[in-house]
Design a protein around this ligand. Structure first.
Ligand code: BTN
Length: 260
């Protein structure tokens, strides 16, 4: 079942409430506007009214809860597959890429982001659940993005010249997420990861990682390992596992400056 709001705080927050009340696998919340849209690491997700697709899907994957951590990469493949079709329909040859862990880029500019949140079983109150929140820039024109992010952001309108309808995009996006989560449940994470790696934006690039502990590491990305954890190698040849954190291309790295 889908829940629609003209305006809500955050579709992820609403989806988590529904999940705690027992909402079924596949239940989706979407909104035309979010007043408290959130990205990873507590960042704000700019949610211009009526311009973007702001949607959160509840899943209850029948797999070990520890595996849920891989779902951001799984969702990345789902969103990329969905967007590839839209770009192909418009005969766009701009490159689609995935920036670990949760960004989807077209031509090096961010078009979508994923916020995955999960909760373990809660003493019998609810079974484990996973909420996959996707923010997709759809109808944005350049001027809809604040100056600071304008050079780093894009939208389906800017990429295809088409004003696609939000509700039909939601249907296709949800279908793609359901398909990829289905593969994931059937043990196909290695295949999904292999597909993810073919779109790895950071691979071989010099970057700076601010880990959640606040440690700053500069090195070259080796991409995600078989569990989806990012590895980088620093100038001294030391390998670091990046569990999470904010990633930037280092000055002088291949590609242009900061990508928000
Ligand atoms: C990121 O790039 O950091 C992730 C952005 C995720 C934004 C989406 S919009 C729908 C859902 N509701 C939220 O509050 N966040 C996600």
């Amino acid at each position: 079942m889908d829940h629609f709001y003209e305006k809500t705080d955050s579709t992820n927050l609403q989806a988590k409430k529904l999940a705690e009340q027992g909402a079924m696998n596949g239940t989706t919340v979407w909104a035309l506007e979010q007043t408290a849209g959130r990205g990873r690491l507590g960042k704000e997700w700019l949610s211009v009214a009526g311009k973007g697709l702001y949607a959160s899907c509840i899943f209850r994957p029948a797999i070990d809860f520890a595996e849920y951590a891989k779902s951001t990469l799984v969702a990345g493949v789902a969103v990329a597959r969905f967007l590839r079709k839209k770009l192909a329909d418009a005969e766009s040859d701009r490159e689609l890429a995935l920036k670990w862990p949760n960004d989807i880029l077209v031509g090096g500019q961010k078009i979508a982001g994923i916020l995955a949140e999960a909760a373990p079983p809660d003493g019998g109150r609810h079974t484990p659940y996973l909420v996959l929140g996707v923010g997709l820039n759809v109808l944005h024109q350049r001027s809809d993005f604040p100056l600071a992010i304008r050079p780093h952001a894009t939208s389906l309108y800017l990429e295809t010249g088409k004003s696609l309808e939000l509700e039909s995009l939601l249907v296709g996006l949800k279908e793609s997420l359901l398909t990829s989560i289905g593969y994931f449940e059937r043990g196909c994470f290695p295949q999904l990861l292999a597909e993810w790696r073919t779109m790895d934006y950071l691979y071989g690039k010099k970057m700076e990682c601010v880990t959640i502990k606040g440690e700053v590491v500069t090195g070259v990305s080796l991409g995600p390992d078989d569990d989806g954890v990012l590895h980088i190698v620093d100038n001294n040849g030391r390998r670091h596992e990046i569990l999470s954190g904010d990633l930037r291309l280092a000055a002088g790295g291949k590609g242009e400056g900061r990508i928000a």
